[in-house]
Structures are given as C-alpha cells and as structure tokens.
Ligand binder design. Sequence first.
Ligand code: ADP
Ligand code: MG
Length: 285
Amino acid sequence: MQARRGGMMLLEVRDLVVGFGGRNVLDGVSLGVRAAEIVTIVGPNGSGKSTLLRAILGAIAPRSGRVMRAERLRVGYVPQSLSVDRTLPMTVARFLSLPHRVAAAAAAEALIRAGVPGLGGAQMSALSGGQFQRVLLARAILGRPDILILDEPTAGLDQPGSAAFYRLIEALRTETGCAVLMVSHELHVVMAASDRVVCLNGHVCCEGRPEQVASAPEYRALFGTGTGGALALYRHDHDHVHDGERAAARHHAHTHDHAHDRGHHAGHNHDHHHDPSGRGTDAGA
Ligand code: ADP
Ligand code: MG
C-alpha cells in the first residue's frame, strides 16, 4: 500500500472525445487510476462527469480516444441515481441478490464492510438515505472489485453524512486495497479523502493532490473558494481562461508529486503514459 503512486495502472482514458448529436461533451480527456488510489472527479453540473464514468464502464462509445482497462479488471459501480421503487416490499438481502443470487454469508460480509452490519432483513423502504447509499455500496463490493466507481454517492446526504460515507470509502480502500474513482460535487468534504482530484469541465481543467487543485486558478474559477465552493457549482458560468494557467497548474502538481515519489520512475514519469495492463502495449497507441 505504501507504493500507491507507483502501483499498477488499473484503467486509463486517453484523449477521450464523447459527444451527443452535434456537441462534444468530453473533448480530449485523459485520466489514469492506479491500484489502491482514490481519485475524485469534481466539476459543475453538466460538465460530463457521469458521461466520463459511463464511457469508462463501456456503456457509451467514444467518438475518438481510448479506454483501457487492466486485464480481468473487476469493477464495482454505484450509479448516480438508482430508481428503486421504495414502496415495493423488498428486503435488503433480496435487493443484494438481484440480478444474481448471492450467498447469505457473502451478503452479510458486504453489509459489514459497507458499515451496515445485520441490515439484511430490513425493508428497503425503511432505510435512511445514508443506509440506502451503504446498501448500494454493499452491492457494488459483492464482486470483490479491483476498483469501485461511484457517481455522486453522497447526493442527498447532509454534510456529516457525506463525511462519514467518505471515511467508509477510505477504510474500504485500506482494508481491501481496491482503487476508487468517484465523482463528487462536495469539494471541501471530498478533498480530505482523495489521493488525487481531477477538475473536469468537458476537458481536464486541472488535476493534482487535493490541496494543489484547491489552490489552482482553474479550480477557483469553477468553484470559488472556501465553503461557498459547493454553492458556486450551481452558479458556474464558463468564462475563465485556460491554456497558460492549465500548464502552470499541471507543472505545479507534477513537481509536487515527484518530491514524494521516491524510488519510482526517476522524476519525469507522467501517469498518462503508462499502459494499464503493464504489458507494454503503449507502443501501439
Ligand atoms: P454531469 O454528470 O457532470 O452533471 P453529464 O455527464 O450527466 O454531466 O452530462 C453532460 C452533458 O451531456 C449534459 O449537457 C447532458 O445533458 C449531456 N448528456 C448526457 N447524456 C446524454 C445523452 N444520453 N444524450 C444526450 N445528451 C446527454
Ligand atoms: Mg452526473
């Protein structure tokens, strides 16, 4: 776990372009996630966060660019919104067994790991928001994923509820070693738990360690500063300048990374240049 930054690349997106009709929603997005890393994607509403996750999952075909996954990668997905008819009588255990039956012991263990031990007999309709999200999480970890992909998993929770959920994710990562790729709009809460934050607005505005991104001009232009940041999200209009600033932020981020990257790749390694399979198919890119 110590060599997290040097861990194996699990998935990598390169120069991804995704569009609907006449418009490109994602335009040249590159991103990589390594084993046991927590990467959080932040961005305003409509910035393409869910689209990026769905392209990574293979649910949307890109117009160009590539999504590469490590061989036999097991993915656990918690979607942004899951329409479960909460009026239908259904126990948590039954819900976990859809669409595939799971052993009772496996379901019980997933509920323990998700922080809701013994909830199997409860009715789905009786769950609090926080319990519901944990049950979705339990379902996502049933398959013992190498990477958990979560799309705004704390939408609808209050701030202490979100913070508790993020601590749970972090504990899961520590216990199981699974990587986490998460979309969030709750910036100041998310920041603490992430190894890396990627600020998305159709393209990658900036990325780096949380404190670096929080101080990057692109990030401030999108979200403002301090606790007003989360509100600024919904008032955002995209009128900030990019290119020079972006280069500066990236440079800053990577300079910092290298200072902590002892013994790996001797200083000029860039995450995006790695083959997620680790088998060197990069040359064919
Ligand atoms: P975010 O998750 O960052 O809020 P989305 O990825 O959901 O943003 O959406 C990005 C943009 O793409 C939005 O303008 C949205 O309306 C559009 N979009 C997403 N999915 C589709 C689709 N299936 N068909 C057409 N437009 C879509
Ligand atoms: Mg979304």
